[in-house]
Design a protein around this ligand. Structure first.
Ligand code: IPE
Ligand code: MG
Length: 252
């Protein structure tokens, strides 16, 4: 009751404030949440976390946010964590995540990251979901960042520029002369999206950890102390309110 009143009040406070077009979320703290909730198996935290993303997407859609990037794992998460945790996370990605976007017609799926680091079945499930959701005309854009490193994305983009130049017979001098921000942007994993305006990281970690680099240089960052599965709609609305007020102040 109180919660729904507070939610309504926050929604009301957002009216007239600038709204981020693109929100990115680093869903951190799943294992700590599981331990705190008394589960011995920390993978339960990842299950709750994956299901929580569905709620988050609903809240974003309700708040009129049409572009969301969600960070599932970095290359080093995949390399360094126990195989049973990584397998479980991949399984969740194939089932909960890919299945959800297939069913929820409000989103078109994109995938960002080093897909060759993923098990074949996970890469395939994601690619199929990308294909299946591609032609949804009025949908928003959801990017799943998986095996994703912001630095490697820039390296891959520059490599793609060079590959393209080599294929078209341009010299290195020509490439160097014409290299621009726009050209690198066009070669990111998911070209054509607006830059992120707001990055949210949960679990109280005050770091970017090689999440979005190129896209986030002008983003506001909101750090939230809650573990990801405990993040609520009011926490999103509060982050949007802080963002809106800051932007309003800066523009005046
Ligand atoms: C974030 O939750 C998701 C992944 C990196 C896979 P964590 O698994 O990092 O959970 P904590 O931060 O250890 O609690
Ligand atoms: Mg973590």
């Amino acid at each position: 009751m109180l919660y729904s009143l507070y939610t309504r009040r926050l929604r009301h406070q957002l009216i007239g404030l600038p709204k981020p077009e693109h929100v990115a979320i680093a869903m951190d703290g799943n294992r700590r949440w599981a331990r705190g909730a008394g589960y011995d198996d920390v993978r339960i935290g990842h299950r709750f976390g994956a299901e929580h993303l569905e709620l988050f997407l609903n809240w974003c859609a309700d708040a009129g946010i049409r572009c969301v990037t969600a960070w599932v794992a970095s290359p080093s998460n995949l390399r360094k964590r126990d195989a049973d945790q990584v397998d479980y996370l991949m399984n969740l990605t194939e089932t909960v995540l890919a299945e959800h976007v297939r069913r929820d017609h409000r989103w078109r799926l994109h995938v960002a990251g080093q897909l060759d680091l993923l098990p074949d079945s996970t890469a395939r499930a994601l690619k199929e979901a990308v294909e299946e959701t591609r032609d949804r005309p009025d949908a928003g854009d959801l990017t799943i960042a998986i095996a994703y490193s912001g630095r490697l994305e820039v390296v891959d983009a520059v490599r793609a520029v060079l590959d393209e130049a080599a294929a078209s017979g341009r010299s290195l001098d020509e490439v160097a002369d014409s290299l621009s921000e726009e050209e690198i942007s066009r070669h990111l994993y998911v070209p054509g999206l607006p830059d992120t305006d707001l990055v949210i990281r949960t679990s109280g970690e005050l770091r970017m950890s090689d999440f979005l680099l190129w896209q986030a240089t002008r983003s506001d960052i909101e750090f939230c102390d809650l573990y990801w599965p405990a993040f609520r709609e009011v926490d999103l609305l509060r982050a949007l309110r802080t963002y809106g007020r800051r932007r309003l102040e800066r523009s005046s």
